[in-house]
Write a protein that binds this ligand. Structure first.
Ligand code: MEV
Length: 317
């Protein structure tokens, strides 16, 4: 029995970091996916193969004993093994076309696809249960995750995410063209999230003001998306970027590239944790070709389509 699941990567259009502390966020799935294949083995081990390496650990190993890049998979394997006692071993293979560690949701897509793939060896679980389990898996590497990334990787399309009141899908997004610039500056989501929490503690009054501003930015962005008003949407994106810069997750290089991209687009911002990683730009189709020259040879840029498909599972005998 082979259980194969795939999930899309993501961009955050609005609300990264603030969503961890209670604002809404707007996210979209993109047309780059991770595929996870799981099979039973007789080896009394959990084996994980990915482009980041391979591990094989005894079936009773705790996820805490393995390197963080393998932790969600060992965690999920253990969860399934505990509830299905007669398993001898599992092998999990990850193939991804989402660039790793650049803010495009590769770890969330891995957690979502791995949950569906491993549980698919036993039964197909509902999207809601798949999401809950994948967030727990992601917490083994990002304990403070808002759950927003796993949510969009599960459902696909564009969503408004709210930790308390759930999600709302936005349908009329086919006219939006984005380009993604990979700045090639390495970053750590965990470290950036911790840095923002420290900022919130140290500058509580400034934070409270920015939090209210972010809520307004997001609400007006939602209206702009619903009205197909790309001009306002782009302006709100850059405003969101300036707020992210004010809480300390941008830098001079990112700010410079974003300002340059703004000249040929409706607006740009960092996407995801920041401190490096990727920039998203809302742009008219006819200006897409101007972007590579602006971002320069040492950065990579590509256009992204919004992917309407979330997690998908295929089981083969
Ligand atoms: C990371 O892609 C997005 C953050 O808002 C963290 C989170 O929501 O868990 C920075």
């Amino acid at each position: 029995m082979k259980s194969i699941a795939s999930a899309p990567g993501k961009i955050i259009l609005f609300g990264e970091h603030f969503v961890v502390h209670g604002t809404k966020a707007i996210l979209a799935a993109i047309d780059k996916r991770v595929t996870v294949t799981s099979t039973f083995t007789e080896n009394k081990t959990i084996k994980v193969n990915s482009e980041l390496g391979t591990i094989e650990v005894p079936i009773s190993s705790s996820h805490e004993e393995v390197e963080s890049k393998f932790r969600p998979f060992v965690y999920l394997a253990n969860e399934m093994i505990t509830s299905n006692q007669d398993i001898n071993g599992l092998e999990i293979t990850i193939n991804s076309d989402i660039p790793i560690g650049v803010g495009l949701g590769s770890s969330s897509a891995c957690c979502v696809a791995a949950t569906a793939s491993i549980s698919g060896l036993f039964k197909e679980v509902s999207s809601e249960d798949n999401l809950k389990m994948s967030i727990e898996a992601e917490k083994t590497i990002f304990p403070n995750t808002s759950g927003a990334d796993c949510t969009v990787c599960t459902y696909g399309g564009m969503i408004i995410y709210d930790k308390i009141s759930g999600i709302e899908k936005i349908d009329n997004t086919s006219d939006l063209n984005f380009i993604i610039t990979n700045t090639m500056i390495p970053h750590s989501t965990k470290r950036s999230v911790e840095k923002v929490s420290k900022f919130k503690e140290d500058y509580d009054e400034e934070w409270d003001e920015m939090f209210v501003d972010m809520e307004v930015i997001i609400d007006t962005a939602i209206q702009a998306i619903k009205n197909n008003d790309v001009v306002t949407l782009g302006k709100r994106m850059y405003q969101n970027h300036q707020t992210l810069a004010a809480i300390g997750v941008s830098n001079d290089t990112l700010d410079y590239v974003i300002r340059e991209l703004n000249k040929i687009s409706f607006g740009s911002k960092i996407t995801g944790a920041g401190d490096g990683g990727c920039i998203i730009t809302l742009i008219e189709e006819e200006n897409v070709d101007k972007a590579p020259e602006i971002v320069g040879n040492d950065r990579e840029c590509f256009s992204a389509k919004i992917d309407t498909k979330g997690v998908e599972l295929k089981r083969e005998k």
